[in-house]
Design a protein. Structure first.
Length: 583
């Protein structure tokens, strides 16, 4: 313990006394050369500074990396995935095995249950391989390789890890497929820049052997943890702590599983190293005092506490009546989250709505900041505003706090120059004026007819074998959702959706499952009437643009713009490129 404290001091001093690594102008990543432009360099450097600012949390991450990276590096090499992706697991979970995100992604590599199952991981009441370092790393490697197959570009595979291959295709197209040199600018997707910050912050420190090492030990038959502990000269409690993926006391026999065996300096409190959410100790409440009573604060009826300059999360929790686990959960943050002096942090569960109807986005706001400020759950804000968790907000736009935003309010955006409709002005979806030709030629595309009124572009997935209508499957003993889906070349989510089931549902021999969509329901490859080839143009959004003005400029409808660009809201970002279909 003394050595560990000394290590914290040594590494922490280097990380916090103005010694944060500097972001270079050129970086090597996965065999590619990345040129970091000045605007992006400043953004990435800010993230690097934040990651290394708090010495204790930075050093804990370094120690976790030294403990787990040797296994991760070996698996990535075996799977032919570039070694640089080991820094992605730090970004996703900080290498906390039982980490859970607000969107219910779990484990080292933050898989949702359906995606995990599609990658071959077992997720049920007895086993959750998302928390198994070996299984989850192989699953992540498969996912990354699958994405790289589409793009032949590891940077796009990285981006697809967060937004999916379809999202990347729509966002960047295929102009950089196979590229070996790329520019990183302020327009580069935030997730990529965040990854590069982790690579810069940890590349030179997360090397060498950690105080605690883990050895993978493959189990090929059913065994109890007690039996395994005897075999490896360990104890059952320690094995449980290192293998949270096993929810029972016995390893099953359906396939080989890998147990992690800890070796080395086990006198150190490994719980502090990995921050086990299930064993974090409760902070003792402060005795009531006149000063505390006078400083009581609430947000949306929820008790809150204000952070002081220089405080860490541990310091703040010591002044509160709740455990560190509850504090992290209530505030949707990780243990290494830097506290903002003067900011409020909640001491109770957020609510589903606020008394306020909406709020205007301020500079620096994201959905989390608004969730904190108004004490409303992140998931509810995402639902009310049809937003993704990390979607960038436009300064000056409106976020709805207690109900789904009205359609007639969606067009309010942030630029001062933007023309907004008055209360008495009718909104016309189909307003057209003589079109201009100022745009960048893009590609030649086909038009999918949608009724007689509107025409939209649509990305279609190829037809899958075994997906003919009205097909069913009778469950045999031992079959799983994964094996059935694989048999019919289907995603697991389709089988679950078509049968009104969840991944936790149990299968029974003789049970009949639909393995194709109903004839009257939607399918992944609906038949469409394809019209003549049309020319698509790109319009780059200027600060004075609105969807209304762009629609008038090209003689199209606002509905066209939304559908052609897969937009669910009316907000625009300066520099955003909109697809315009020309007849």
């Amino acid at each position: 313990m003394r050595f560990f404290a000394a290590a914290l001091f040594f590494f922490g001093a280097a990380a916090s006394n103005g010694q944060a690594p500097e972001v270079p102008h050129k970086m090597q990543f996965a065999g590619m050369t990345l040129t970091i432009r000045d605007d992006a360099k400043r953004e990435i450097q800010k993230d690097v500074d934040a990651l290394t600012q708090y010495s204790r949390y930075y050093t804990l991450k370094v120690e976790r990396a030294k403990t787990y990276f040797p296994i991760i590096e070996k698996i990535l090499e075996e799977e032919h995935v570039p070694d640089d992706f080991k820094f992605l697991v730090l970004q996703e979970s900080a290498l906390v095995p039982d980490a859970v995100s607000v969107s219910n992604a779990v484990g080292f590599w933050q898989f949702k249950d359906v995606t995990a199952t599609e990658m071959g991981l077992r997720v049920d009441k007895d086993i959750d391989e998302r928390m198994n370092l070996v299984s989850a790393t192989r699953g992540a490697a498969r996912y990354l390789k699958q994405s790289n197959f589409y793009f032949n570009n590891w940077l796009y595979a990285l981006q697809a890890y967060q937004m999916g291959t379809g999202g990347v295709k729509r966002s960047v197209g295929d102009l950089q497929n196979g590229a070996k040199n790329m520019d990183i600018t302020s327009d580069t997707y935030w997730y990529v820049k965040k990854f590069l910050a982790h690579k810069v912050a940890f590349e030179n420190t997360a090397q060498g052997e950690g105080q605690t090492r883990v050895i993978p030990y493959q189990i090929n038959q059913a065994k109890s943890l007690k039996e395994i502990a005897v075999e490896v000269s360990s104890d059952e409690t320690t094995l449980k702590e290192y293998n949270k993926w096993l929810k029972t006391d016995r390893v099953p026999e359906d396939k080989p599983y890998t147990i992690l065996i800890p070796v080395g300096k086990l006198d150190m409190d490994f719980n502090k190293l990995v921050l086990s959410s299930s064993r974090a100790s409760k902070a003792q409440p402060l005795p009531p005092s006149k000063e505390n009573e006078n400083q009581k604060i609430s947000v949306n009826g929820i008790p809150a506490i204000r952070a002081k300059a220089g405080e860490t999360i541990s310091d703040l929790v010591k002044r509160s009546p709740i455990s560190i686990t509850a504090f992290l959960k209530y505030n949707d943050i990780a243990i290494d989250h830097p506290l903002e002096p003067g900011s409020l942090y909640l001491l109770g569960k957020k609510k589903t709505k606020s008394n306020e109807v909406n709020c205007k986005v301020k500079p620096g706001d994201d959905l989390w900041a608004i969730s904190q400020r108004y004490g409303v759950r992140l998931k509810k804000l995402m639902k009310y505003n049809l937003l993704e968790e990390n979607q960038r907000l436009v300064v000056g736009s409106w976020v709805w706090l207690n109900a789904t935003k009205p359609k007639d309010q969606s067009f309010v955006v942030s630029q001062d120059e933007v023309a907004q409709l008055s209360e008495n002005e009718a909104f016309d979806w189909y307003t057209k004026t003589p079109k201009t030709t100022e745009a960048i030629p893009l590609v030649t595309s086909t038009l999918v007819q949608k009724g007689a009124q509107d025409s939209v572009l649509r990305n279609q997935e190829p037809e899958r074998s075994g997906s003919s209508l009205t097909k069913t499957h009778t469950v045999s003993p031992g079959e799983t959702f994964y094996s059935i889906a694989k048999q019919y070349s289907l995603p697991v989510r389709d089988v679950l959706t078509w049968n009104d089931l969840t991944i936790q549902s149990s299968l029974k021999p003789g049970q009949v499952l639909k393995v194709a969509a109903d004839e009257t329901g939607p399918t992944h490859a609906q038949e469409t009437v394809v019209g003549p080839e049309l020319k698509a143009l790109l319009h780059e959004v200027k600060s004075s643009d609105t969807l209304y003005s762009i629609a008038r400029q090209y003689g199209v409808t606002i509905r066209n713009l939304l559908e052609w660009n897969n937009k669910k809201e009316f907000t625009l970002t300066v520099g955003e490129k909109l697809r315009i279909i020309q007849k």
